[in-house]
Write a protein that binds this ligand. Structure first.
Ligand code: DX5
Ligand code: ZN
Length: 226
């Protein structure tokens, strides 16, 4: 079944506990937490203590997306803070450190995720796929919510989906950035199994219907925006 991971990046940072409950009540599967360091991306958001606080109040598993340079330094701290899925970027460190980070995340009991930016080729993640429990395909440049979906990433998503079906069929395949009622279906058609939605989720008048629509595909729920 398709899983939905609303991002608290588009929530109200003065009311994160309320927004976590909103996400849980919508019937979503995960809470997506965007961690940015001002180095890997030109923005700074949430850090380890806030992930710990969210973990204490969240009924749903935390899907933590690290957009930070040299993430190996912090994977242990984020796992201890309560990350259930912990995703690092392939562009953020050496191959050796990326491999170490993914192995360490699994040892610590979380699902290891690997993400790639829109311009990063599939070949860059191939050496690590056997270590991944999730691959996160960015459909916007990481750094900010509310950006336009880059449809040109879809062939890459389909290529990764085909590789995973052959070599690591248990691995989740997540799309992040610009996912909304107009763009989710192409993500599903190209093999996504987890959809992140930030601004479209929080702007939705009926978040339960939004989640059901994304999970069910075109046949159910809300009409597309025109
Ligand atoms: C962008 C983040 C995304 C973002 C998604 O760097 O990784 O998770 O919050 O937000 P929307 O759905 O608004 O593009
Ligand atoms: Zn994200």
């Amino acid at each position: 079944m398709i899983k939905i991971s609303p991002s608290v990046l588009s929530g109200d940072f003065a009311n994160l506990e309320r927004d976590i409950q909103t996400i849980a009540q919508s019937g979503a599967d995960y809470v997506h937490v965007d961690v940015m360091d001002g180095v890997f991306v030109p923005n700074i958001t949430i850090g380890i203590p806030v992930v710990g606080a969210l973990s204490r109040v969240s009924p749903l598993p935390l899907d933590v997306h690290l957009m930070i340079q040299a993430p190996l330094r912090y994977v242990e701290a984020f796992c201890q803070a309560g990350a259930n899925v912990l995703t690092v970027h392939v562009e953020a460190d050496t191959a050796e450190n990326t491999r170490k980070a993914l192995m360490r995340i699994r040892q610590l009991g979380a699902i290891p995720g690997l993400s790639l930016k829109p311009a990063t080729p599939v070949r860059d993640i191939l050496p690590f796929l056997d270590l991944c429990g999730l691959v996160l395909v960015m459909a916007v440049e990481p750094g900010f919510g509310g950006q336009k979906f880059l449809g040109e990433v879809m062939p890459k998503l389909a290529e990764i989906a085909a590789i995973l079906r052959r070599h690591n069929p248990q691995c989740l395949l997540e799309v992040d950035g610009g996912v909304n009622l107009d763009t989710f279906q192409t993500c599903l058609d190209n093999g996504a199994t987890v959809l992140v939605a930030g601004s479209a989720f929080f702007q939705s008048a009926d978040r339960g219907a939004f989640v059901r629509t994304l999970r069910g595909g075109a046949a159910t729920g809300l009409p597309r925006r025109t």
